[in-house]
Ligand binder design. Structure first.
Ligand SMILES: Nc1ncnc2c1ncn2[C@@H]1O[C@H](COP(=O)(O)OP(=O)(O)O)[C@@H](O)[C@H]1O
Ligand SMILES: [Mg+2]
Length: 260
């Protein structure tokens, strides 16, 4: 492999052309002039279909910004994002919103459920807002998939944290997206509950061929992924393929700044 880094080998194997998702030369700056923050400083990365990638790095390294740019929730200042063959970074907002609803799902650390709505209404909400309310049977199937059959009339406040995150996963999956993004999805959960959530994300990859990109600060959670991308200071600094939790922990501690 003569001097080729793990990152270079893995990137070559991914084949950007066949990728489910790819970012090329991504820059994201917040503000201008002397006060500008350079959250991403030229990140290129591709995700093969049916793979599970963990994104790690110190607090402020650009993990959330990268996820938001890849998910079409934020626009890079420079560079391109592609979902399959479609370049999304320059689509007009309406078209992007439409495509986002069917192609990608997003799971947040804080669940982001509407407390006054029932579980079923929460799962339906993104579709309803887009004028494409999902069929009742699809909602029930998505809830069954995450182990919440019979809970459709409950309010989020009547559920445990782990159950609320499962509602959020059902909401992310109901439109059967190709790619699911999760930003510290187990960050607000105890370890055992976190494992249930990670099992669900892993099953979506293994059974449905979905592509999953997950930010986490937990080396054990990263062990569910096929590879780990490491960000530092807005740059992709390393890529580990099927690392052990110990290898991830060791690499993170060398990056400094704490695991989050
Ligand atoms: N909306 C924003 N306005 C200004 N600066 C931001 C904004 N969002 C993030 N940043 C800054 O960009 C950098 C990267 O943030 P973020 O992507 O949230 O990092 P991480 O998720 O790795 O903790 C940080 O310095 C952060 O303060
Ligand atoms: Mg973050």
């Amino acid at each position: 492999m003569n001097g080729m880094t793990t990152a270079a080998v893995a990137a070559a194997d991914d084949g950007v052309a066949g990728a489910a998702l790819a970012g090329d030369g991504l820059h994201r700056e917040y503000g201008r002039g002397g006060a500008a923050v350079r959250a991403l400083r030229g990140v290129s990365v591709a995700f093969a279909p049916g793979t599970f990638t963990a994104v790690m790095g110190p607090s402020g390294s650009g993990k959330t910004t990268l996820l938001h740019c890849l998910a079409g929730m934020d626009r890079p200042t420079r560079g391109t994002v592609r979902w399959g063959g479609t370049e999304v970074s320059r689509l007009p907002e309406r078209r992007l919103a439409e495509l986002r609803r069917t192609r990608v799902g997003f799971v947040f650390q804080a669940f982001n459920l509407m407390p006054a709505m029932t579980v079923a209404q929460n799962v339906e909400l993104p579709g309803r807002l887009a004028g494409a309310r999902p069929e009742r049977a699809q909602v029930l199937a998505a809830l069954a998939r995450v182990g919440l059959s019979g809970r459709e009339r409950h309010r989020p406040g009547q559920l445990s944290g782990g159950q609320q995150q499962r509602v959020a996963i059902a909401r992310a999956l109901v439109a059967r997206p190709d790619v699911v993004f999760a930003d510290e999805p187990t960050g607000a959960l105890d370890r055992a509950t976190g494992h249930d959530i990670l099992d669900l994300l892993r099953a979506g990859v293994d059974l449905d061929g979905r592509t999953c990109v997950m930010v986490t600060h937990d080396p054990v959670a990263a062990g569910y992924a096929d590879r780990v991308l490491l960000l530092a200071d807005g740059l992709l600094v390393d890529e580990l393929v099927r690392p052990t939790a110990a290898q991830v922990g060791e690499r993170l501690s060398r990056l400094g700044g704490g695991a989050r």
